[in-house]
Design a protein around this ligand. Structure first.
Ligand SMILES: C[S@@+](CC[C@H](N)C(=O)[O-])C[C@H]1O[C@@H](n2cnc3c(N)ncnc32)[C@H](O)[C@@H]1O
Length: 403
């Protein structure tokens, strides 16, 4: 017998189960004795069931009201053998788990804490072996899987995106009779916005674009696990060039960084915003660069700086609004108000995710002011600092000129 034949497979989805326990052990995330592993499958009267398929089995059992155990088992088996039953049960479970949880945070609590984002992450990761995806496909741009995965854990960022997203989906629900076409440009390995949108409204069809093949593969597997394959599509594509082919109702993209450095948001919005319906929405609907100067002796590592400690600013120097995002950031700072000396420029970001949701300052690593390494020697008589750079460049590639 080959080694493969000893492996336990889930009787519903065929997934490999490494540690088979009881339903209770699986539900409680119990540790396997003498190991740091936790159970990922349960031995049931319908066979071995993996963690992703447990809700499918439980739904089938809950639906069958018979006294005869043999007949019950027979009915359960019939249900779990149906692909549509499996998909629906997975999706309903995702909806019942995530939507009330997100609404509670939005309407009552008003924020996510570390445990909330960890809960979202572990829900998305059920049945996922990240090691399997890490090396799949060559990185052709964007961010690697591990780098993009970390974003979810930025509580304030994730909370504000969910808040803006749910607000827009509610508005579109009132405006659209049938389909709400959502595009998430740069979905990473956890396709959060496409999934949340699809679970929030039955009308939503999401398309999640991702450049990095490893992240796209993992996102695809998550969509299957959540029973959303017919509602959420993961497309491996460059969002700066992608043509959707249908009018988009809601475009969302979290591909930004302080000063519009390193990340491609403006290029993505330049390409995709013209594909959004007139009465559709873009998240973010505007984004602004904030700039300031910090005395060089205080501008040490780490490469970010608290806004309240600036020697000049921070002040808004560039604002891009819907339909008017540009490929170049260009601004001037008046130097007449500061003492001569060596300074470093620091660039932050504010993003209007919707009318009432603004991501800014210390909210996240993508908005906090970033220190530019070039030292600027301000002398008496210098009046103006002229700065220009292409969006997406590294912090060493800015044109900084004194006048
Ligand atoms: C900052 S992560 C955000 C991931 C996820 N949307 C979130 O908010 O948690 C940005 C993702 O966009 C992807 N990306 C960057 N440029 C892209 C492009 N031009 N087209 C498609 N995806 C891109 C990166 O590979 C990365 O996975």
């Amino acid at each position: 017998m080959s080694e493969d034949e000893h492996k336990i497979k889930c009787d519903i989805g065929g997934e490999e189960i490494r540690h088979l326990g009881t339903i209770r052990q699986l539900e409680r995330y119990d540790f396997v004795p003498d190991s740091f592993a936790i159970y990922d499958g349960a031995d049931t009267d319908a066979g071995a069931i993996c963690e992703v398929c447990l809700p499918v089995y439980q739904k089938a059992r809950a639906e069958v009201y018979l006294f005869d155990e043999v007949a019950v088992r027979e009915q359960v088996r019939l249900r779990i053998a149906r692909a549509d039953f499996v998909t629906t049960s997975r999706r309903e479970h995702a909806e019942e788990t995530l939507i009330p949880f997100l609404l509670e945070a939005l309407r009552k609590k008003g924020y996510f804490d570390e445990y909330d984002v960890r809960m979202i992450q572990s829900f998305f990761e059920r049945g996922i072996n990240i090691g399997e995806f890490k090396n799949s496909g060559k990185l052709v741009g964007g961010i690697d899987l591990a780098g993009a995965a970390k974003c979810l854990r930025e509580e304030e960022r994730t909370f504000k995106f969910v808040k803006a997203l749910f607000g827009r989906i509610d508005e579109l629900d009132g405006k659209r009779d049938s389909v709400i076409e959502v595009v998430d440009a740069g979905c990473g390995p956890y396709p959060l916005w496409g999934v949340f949108a699809a679970l929030k409204s039955e009308k939503v069809r999401s398309t999640c674009l991702e450049l990095n093949p490893a992240s796209a593969d993992m996102a695809r597997k998550i969509i299957a696990n959540l029973g959303l394959e017919d509602r959420v599509e993961i497309v491996e594509a460059d969002a700066t060039e992608y043509k959707h082919g249908r009018e988009i109702d809601l475009l969302v993209s979290e591909t930004m960084y302080s000063g519009f450095l390193q990340e491609p948001l403006p290029y993505i919005l330049i390409n995709l915003t013209p594909q959004v319906a007139q009465d559709g929405y873009v998240i973010p609907q505007w984004a602004a660069v904030e700039a300031g100067l910090v005395r060089s002796e205080r501008a040490r590592k780490p490469r970010w700086f608290l806004p309240e400690n600036f020697d000049l600013g921070p002040m808004e120097v560039v604002r891009f609004v819907r339909g008017k995002f540009d490929e170049v950031v260009r601004f001037e700072i008046t130097l007449t108000g500061i003492e001569p000396g060596n300074y470093n420029l620091a660039l932050g970001l504010r993003a209007g995710l919707s009318e009432d949701v603004v991501l800014e300052g210390l909210d996240s690593a993508i908005t906090i002011p970033h220190l530019i390494p070039t030292q600027i020697d301000v002398q008496r008589g210098d009046t103006l600092l002229k700065v220009s750079y292409a969006v997406g460049v590294e912090d060493t590639d800015l044109n900084i000129e004194k006048v």
